[in-house]
Design a protein around this ligand. Sequence first.
Ligand SMILES: [Zn+2]
Length: 382
Amino acid sequence: MLFSDIVGQEKVKERLIQLVRENRVPHANLFVGPPGAGKLPLAVAFAQYIMCENRGKSDSCGVCPSCRKVAKLVHPDLHFVFPTKTKEKSDEGADENSEKPDDTISTWRSAIIANPYFGENDWYEMIGMENKQGIISTATASEIIRKLGLKSFENEFKVIIIWLPERMNNQAANKLLKLIEEPPEKTIFLLVSENPTHILKTILSRTQQVMVPPINRESVALALHDKYNLSPELAHDISRIANGNFYEAIRLKDQESNYFFTSYRKLMRLCYSKNVLGLLDWVDETASLGREDLKHLLVYSLRLTRETLVLNMGVEEVSYLMGEEEAFCHDFSPFITTNNVFSITDELVTAFECITQNGNPTVVLTHMTMRMVKLIPNKKAA
Ligand SMILES: [Zn+2]
């Protein structure tokens, strides 16, 4: 992971880069901050920068053998420790029964590669233990001590990332404490915590804190626009709701596009096929959304209608669509032209205004759909 892959956090990045360049990396670092701010990706990027064989002024090279291995999270000198599930067989010896990280390491790697902003509960969901808390067992701690006792395989440094050290049981924490007190040479610990008050005080006092604040809104909006092709307006709206949590931002993006897209596509198809009964069902379904969701749906529909016109006019390079949205709007583009687009968007805007002024959703949507069905031709315009 490169520093340039990380959303915002310019100050934190600068500080980390400076530590490496000035040869002052503390042997135990603790990244703290709210969920979704990027503590884990920053730790991985920091590890990559420390281990890079040809590092630049402001980022890893990204192409040296070490960078390539870190990018896939398979570098033999980069170790991960994270909470995993405990088996329920018996309370006694539960620690011994807990799975070692090796069992879940491939899930861990793909989770980070897909979206490293996940939080504790997201992780538990991924490994099938919803509503339960994982632990870092004594067995895991012993395994790490064994690995760190070995010589580095390839790199000058060994880096160990401990995600959620607050989930270590006492025995494991005490083992780790010894290691942090007398660290093997050229070994760097990166602890990443969501709740540092639950970490052993003696461990806390031996780490240097790296504060990771919520990501600023502009950076979230920019990333949504650049990485996911969202329109600047939508990216801005989502960044406001996500409040500096990039995982939440992505979740909102997916949620919005899935539900709203399905609903919009249904509406357009029903209008096209002049299916009035189907439209009344759509109205029933849609009127039961909350007022805020309904407003978002109408804004989303406006955006997609405009995008469809853009495709109709053949100026695809200014389109912000991707995936299913793009495929549908492309197919539907013969039916949204300069002849009807203004009337359709007027209907959507009027409905939005009526909903905002507390209009009855069923009445407003019925009126809107009965007019839209007349506006959408069921033949391609000549
Ligand atoms: Zn490199």
